[in-house]
Design a protein around this ligand. Structure first.
Ligand SMILES: [Zn+2]
Length: 309
C-alpha cells in the first residue's frame, strides 16, 4: 500500500477498500510550524510576522536613518543605539554647523535623531547613546565590545542591524567589530545571541554623501527595500530633521535601503586591499594602527584564541 501525499489531502486510490470506506473526509496534513528565518523575521509582514525585537547599532546619530530609516519605520519593537555622539573633538563639524560648544553640537544631533525617529514611531526612551566622542570609537574596542554585550543582553534583541566592515569610517568599523565580538562573547558564555544584519551605508568617493551601497567586490545575497512614494515622503521628512547635517543629506540618496547578513569577518586583516577610504583624512588612524587596536582588543577579549573576529 502506498499513499500519495499531496498538499491538502491523501489520495485514496491505492488504499485498500475497507480502510477507504471508513474515510469520509480527505485527510488534512498536520500543519507544520515552519521556523522563521532571521531574514523572514526582519522583512516579513502581516500576522505571520510575530513581534521580534530589533536593535540598530550605529556609529553616529543619523546613520540609522540614512541606512535603515524605512526599515525602522516598519518595525514594532526597535531600539537605536548610537556609539558616538557625532561631535568630533576638533570642532570642525560643530563650527561648520554654527555651534561654538562641542556639547551643544552633540546635543543638537541627539535632538535631531529624536525628532526623526519619532516620525518612524520610535519613542525617545528607545534611543540610547554611549557618548563616545566622534572619531574615537576605535580607541578602546574591548571596552566598547563589553558595553555592547551588556546592551544586547539587557535589550533581549532577536536581530541586530549594524555597519559592515568596509574601511569607510573608523567608527563604523569599530561598531562592526564590537557588535560582532559581542555576539561571539555571548555565544562563548552560553547566551543566545541575536542574528546579525548589516546595512549599506558607505561614504561617497568625495565623502560628501552617504550612499546606500556595499563595498564593490563583496557581492552577497542582499535584500533591497525599494521606497514607494509614501515611504519616500516619510524618509524625506526624517531627513529634514537633521538641520546640522543638511549639506551631507542633501546629496545623499533617500533610498533604496540594502541589507544582508554578514560574513564572519577577520578583523585582524584589512577589509580590502589598497588604501582604505578613511586613510585619506588626517584625523583618522592608518590602516595598520586600526588593525593593531583590533588585534589588541581580540587578545584582551578572547585570550586563548585571538585569531579571528
Ligand atoms: Zn556614520
Amino acid at each position: 500500500m502506498r499513499a500519495i501525499v499531496g498538499h491538502t489531502y491523501v489520495s485514496l486510490l491505492k488504499l485498500d477498500r475497507s480502510f477507504r470506506d471508513q474515510m469520509t473526509q480527505p485527510i488534512q496534513p498536520k500543519k507544520r510550524r515552519i521556523p522563521r528565518s532571521p531574514h523572514a523575521k526582519l522583512f516579513g509582514t502581516g500576522e505571520h510576522n510575530p513581534i521580534m525585537r530589533c536593535s540598530v547599532i550605529v556609529a553616529h546619530p543619523a546613520d540609522e536613518v540614512v541606512g535603515a530609516g524605512c526599515l525602522i519605520s516598519k518595525l514594532v519593537d526597535v531600539t537605536v543605539l548610537h556609539v558616538t555622539d557625532g561631535a568630533p573633538c576638533d570642532m570642525e563639524d560643530a563650527k561648520a554647523a554654527g555651534f561654538k560648544e562641542l556639547s551643544q553640537y552633540a546635543e543638537a544631533r541627539k535632538r535631531e535623531c529624536i525628532s526623526a525617529l519619532a516620525i518612524a514611531n520610535v519613542p525617545q526612551d528607545r534611543i540610547l547613546g554611549f557618548g563616545v566622542p566622534d572619531h574615537c570609537a576605535s580607541n578602546n574596542l574591548a571596552a566598547l565590545t563589553k558595553k555592547i554585550t551588556t546592551f544586547l543582553q539587557q535589550s533581549g534583541a532577536d536581530i541586530v542591524v549594524t555597519h559592515p566592515y568596509e574601511g569607510g569610517h573608523p567608527d563604523h568599523d569599530a561598531t562592526a567589530f564590537a557588535t560582532h565580538a559581542a555576539v561571539r562573547l555571548m555565544k562563548k558564555n552560553g547566551f543566545r545571541p541575536p542574528a546579525l544584519f548589516e546595512m549599506a551605508l558607505h561614504p561617497s568617493k568625495d565623502s560628501k554623501a552617504k550612499v546606500p551601497e556595499f563595498l564593490p567586490g563583496t557581492e552577497r545575497e542582499t535584500t533591497t527595500l525599494l521606497l514607494d512614494d509614501r515611504a519616500m515622503e516619510l524618509k524625506q521628512r526624517m531627513f529634514a530633521c537633521f538641520e546640522s547635517q543638511r549639506e551631507s543629506l542633501q546629496v545623499s540618496p533617500v533610498g533604496p535601503e540594502k541589507f544582508r547578513q554578514p560574513v564572519a569577518y577577520d578583523f585582524t586583516t584589512p577589509p580590502h586591499e589598497g588604501k582604505l577610504h578613511y586613510e585619506w583624512f588626517d584625523w583618522a588612524p592608518r590602516k595598520d594602527e586600526w588593525l593593531a587596536l583590533a588585534r589588541k582588543a581580540l587578545a584582551d577579549l578572547f585570550p586563548r584564541k585571538a585569531a579571528a573576529g
